[in-house]
Design a protein around this ligand. Sequence first.
Ligand SMILES: [Zn+2]
Length: 392
Amino acid sequence: MPPLLRVPYTDPLPSPRIIPTSAATASGAIAALVDFLTAHSHNGSAAVARERGDVGASNSTVLLTGAGISVASGLADYRGANGTYTLNRKYVPIYFNEFCASHEARKRYWARSFLGWTNLHKARPNAAHRAVGRLGELGIVGRVVTQNVDSFHAHAHPALPTTELHGYLRSLVCLSCANEYPRSTFQTQLSALNPAWAAFLAEMVATGALDTENPAERRAKGLVTNPDGDVDLPNAPYSTFRYPACPACVAAPPRAPDGRMARVDVDDDGAWAPGSTGGILKPAVVMFGESIPAATKTAAERAVDAASRILVVGSSLATYSAWRLVKRARENGMPIAILNMGGVRGEEAFFAHVPEGNTGRAAVRCSEDADKILPQVVKILADVKRERKGES
Ligand SMILES: [Zn+2]
């Protein structure tokens, strides 16, 4: 098997065919999703779950989420109406090889990330993330697999396990020694190493250009925060930006891949110095062009195999790593539901054999805002559970 690379996919996608046709309205979509999530699964756990008063089979749904679920938190989507690819056709994310090989590319990346972090750090999970947590408490969702790197799932529902397919921005990882460090501490270090940038950032914060409550205003002032937490800032002098080296590697230089000792030099203030051959810190995300760790890939596959149905929320499945999980669910014979604004890659194949008279339990495809729909779905499911408990 070739390694699973994360690559951007930017071809336009056709509009979805809504399934069932009644799901074309918000109330119809809510009803179809309730039907989907309460359908009895084919595996044996459904009876046990019903005895315990759970709706449907216990923990039988796996949830797959993408950037669309975080839009209501003030983060940009990749492909929606206000998405990164839609508003800024020239947006080119940094690739892993470029980050590893080029000091200049890292300066540009960290300068943009330095400005974008304030916004990301302030952003909070929204009603959709909280609804996902409630689905976990109701025994309907057993695991979340997310493409997002914003840590919102972990914050909104720490008790419901989440597999972060593309890693997380809350930490940095050293390319030489694999030690991890918190991103918030790193931000303070970037401020100290780059006082002019820190002053500029303070000004941006003061003018409200980075205000998460005002994404439209922020866009009007020429700043766009991308889902990976960086900010577009054309023509900025990136070349002067400085970033810290891994402190563990500064203290004890690691071995380079060729077996020789790596050199980790820093300037007088502790910034990574060109000519060093190790101690480079990278965000703990899977960058474009980078392989997903084998353990993460396996965990996501196991989550799909252990479930009896899959619900996709806020993802166009444009990245192969997410698309193949739904393909896997399809091959397992699992019902599929997709709640996403706009088209989804290859979705015709996922809904090729929807039975006549399907009201949601066999398949759902709706194009609505997750933060409007999911809380309503949860409300109905909680009522159903209460009624069933009252009957027994
Ligand atoms: Zn290190």
